[in-house]
Design a protein around this ligand. Structure first.
Ligand code: 8YV
Length: 316
């Protein structure tokens, strides 16, 4: 039997590409690189391989009459038009859980880097400034108040780590979660008003777009800091830059941005921010586990067995 044909819709991890190329006929972004060839190819595409940042529109799905599966290597799938897929009974899968530790580790690392000014301290030593005297004092992280926006699997992993730093933890989410020992606040603004560090780890998409806006920054206040390891879309980036520039909040540590990989020069020029290039899950071990799970989902589809990790909308 001939190998199924698969379309990679964005630049995928080499770890995922390797197994895709071995088992399938892989077309790497042909819809973008060669639209004419794609018209001929489209009727044969049986699966889409995507990453957490990929866009799969209703129009693209409509162009693929033989599509049977969309496998996302990432926990977030806000760029995938799941409703269009579900309407044609095309399952969408993602890679939850295997990245919880890494993303939670990074949230804590960013919080500490921001509070203790680790990037500045590193530069201080490298640039030979130490002999001139000590660095300005930083800020204590242990014992502070952490507000978590989104108390799903990763939010809980972040809170679990923060407990070891004696932090007082509260959260907001669509609804209070039973059995958690943390205070629930109904809105991000109410949570921000009681937080030193506001950590954003809620899914992206239309429902959370600009959930963190100017009002939330006002509530967070001049001693407050924002940490975002979710999606750039959740934060109103213009309002954030304005709040940082005017001292409405103290600082921000960001792994995700509104228009990745573009980061506004105004943000890059600020000293009260720590910026990382969307590396929440970017360790060799975790990316391997994500690639294996994304591939296992595809394999299951073509073998006719149960999908390991369908997205919630596709679970029966
Ligand atoms: C990755 C992510 O950047 O899982 C997600 O939702 O954003 C990340 O882990 C990416 O999807 C890796 O392919």
């Amino acid at each position: 039997m001939s190998k199924p044909e698969v379309l990679a819709v964005s630049k995928l991890s080499p770890l995922y590409l390797e197994s895709l190329q071995r088992e399938y006929v892989l077309h790497d972004r042909t819809h973008e690189t060669d639209p004419q060839a794609f018209v001929r190819l489209a009727p044969r595409i049986r699966a889409i391989a995507a990453s957490g940042e990929s866009r799969v529109s209703r129009e693209l799905i409509a162009q693929l009459p033989a599509l049977e599966m969309i496998s996302v290597m990432g926990v977030g799938y806000d760029g995938i038009n799941v409703a269009a897929a579900v309407a044609r009974q095309i399952p969408v899968t993602h890679t939850p859980d295997v990245l919880n530790d890494d993303v939670a580790d990074l949230a804590i690392a960013l919080l500490l880097a921001l509070a203790r000014r680790i990037p500045q301290a590193d530069r201080y030593v490298r640039e030979g400034q130490w002999p001139n005297g000590p660095m300005p004092l930083a800020r204590k992280a242990s014992g502070s108040r952490m507000g978590v926006v989104g108390m799903g699997r990763i939010g809980q992993a972040i809170a679990h780590r923060a407990l070891a730093f004696d932090m007082k933890i509260a959260y907001t989410a669509r609804s209070a979660k039973a059995g958690l020992p943390y205070a629930f606040l109904p809105t991000p603004a109410a949570l921000a008003a009681q937080s030193d560090f506001l950590v954003v780890i809620t899914p992206g998409g239309a429902g959370t777009r600009h959930l963190i806006d100017a009002r939330v920054f006002e509530a967070l206040g001049p001693q407050g800091c924002l940490i975002n390891v979710a999606r750039g879309s959740v934060v109103d980036q213009e309002a954030l830059i304005d709040a940082l520039a005017r001292g409405v909040i103290a600082g921000a540590a960001l792994d995700v941005f509104a228009d990745e990989p573009q980061v506004p020069p105004s943000l890059r020029a600020m000293d009260n921010v720590v910026l990382t290039p969307h590396i929440g899950s970017a360790t060799g071990q975790t990316r391997r586990a994500m690639a294996d799970l994304a591939f296992a989902n595809l394999q299951a589809r073509f073998a006719g067995t149960a999908l390991p990790t369908p997205v919630p909308e596709c679970r029966r």
